[in-house]
Write a protein that binds this ligand. Sequence first.
Ligand code: ADP
Ligand code: MG
Length: 314
Amino acid sequence: MKEFVMVKNLTKNYGEFTAVDDLSFEVKEGEVFGLLGPNGAGKSTTLSIITTLLSGDKGSVFVAGIDVMKQKMEAKGVMGIVPQEIALYPHLTAIENVKFFASLYGLRGKKLNDAAKQALDFVGLSEHQKEKPKKMSGGMQRRLNIACGIAHRPKLLVMDEPTVGVDAQSREHILNSIRTLKEQGTTIIYTSHYLQEVDEICDRIAIIDHGKLVAVGTKEELVSLVTDYKSFYITTMEKVQDSEELRKTIGYLPGIKNISIKEDTTRVDINNGEDSLAKILSIFMKKGFTITNVNGEVPNFDTVFLALTGHELR
Ligand SMILES: Nc1ncnc2c1ncn2[C@@H]1O[C@H](COP(=O)(O)OP(=O)(O)O)[C@@H](O)[C@H]1O
Ligand SMILES: [Mg+2]
C-alpha cells in the first residue's frame, strides 16, 4: 500500500515549549492509523497541523501528495475533521449542522441534501435530524460531530478522541462506523489515549510521548519490541506495607521499571529477564514475608507503553 499521509520531521513550538518534536510517520492508503499518547503528548497539535488549522515551525506534511502547509485549500478538500471538542451550532438542527459543514466543501442543492441525510443515517441519527444538539446526549452529539466531518466523503478522515465521554452504546456505534468507513476505502487517523480502542480498530499505531515518536508499527510489532519485558506478581501470606524504603530497595535493582503494591500482591515490571526477580524474592524473604505464589506475565499491549516510555499511559 502506498503512503497517503507523510509527516516528516515536524516540530511545533508554543513559545518556549515544544509540543511536537521532530515527529515523523507515514499513513498508508486505506488503513486506520492510531496516534496513541497520554494527555499533552501533542496529538491534537499534530492533527491540527495535518488538517491545516495550524502551521508547523519545521518539517513538512503531505496528504495525497499535497503539501498541506503550502496548499491549504487543496489539502482541506480531501480531508474531513472530527475535532476533540464537539463543534456544533446550538441553534441549528442536526441536519442543518451537517449541511452547514458539508457546504464548506462545495456541496450544494440535492447533492448536499442527500449527503447530509446519508451521513446522519450512517451515525444512526436519522430519526433525530430535526433535533437541536442541546437536546441530545453527549454520545449523540459526538455522533453528530462525526456526521459533520464525513458528509462530504473525505478521502482522509482525521478523528481526535471521538469517544471521550460517550456511553458504551455510542462508543460501539462510533467504532463500527470507523470499520465501515475503512471498508469503503477511507484512510483514517484516529487519536486516543485508550489502549484498548486503538488495539481494537487500528491497523498500525504510533506511540507518541512529549511530542516525540516512541515507536510505530502493528500491534504485534510493538509488542515484539518489548519481549524482554515482563510483569511479575508476587503474592505473600502477609500484607505488604507500601513504603518508600521497600520501593527503594527493590527499585535500585537493574531493569526495574515499575512497582505497585496492593495488600498481599506486589507487581514488579522488569526489563532484563529474571535476574532481578530472584533478588526481589530474597529481599522479601529477608524481610520475613512468606511467598505463596509468583506469576509472570508476558507483555501485552498494555505493558508496551509502560516499557517504552517508562510511565503509564494515564
Ligand atoms: N495554544 C497553546 N498554547 C500553549 N500550549 C499549548 C497550546 N495548545 C497545546 N499546548 C500544549 O502543548 C502540549 C500538547 O498539547 P496537545 O497537542 O493538545 O496534546 P494531546 O492532544 O496529546 O493531549 C500540551 O502540553 C499543551 O498544554
Ligand atoms: Mg488532544
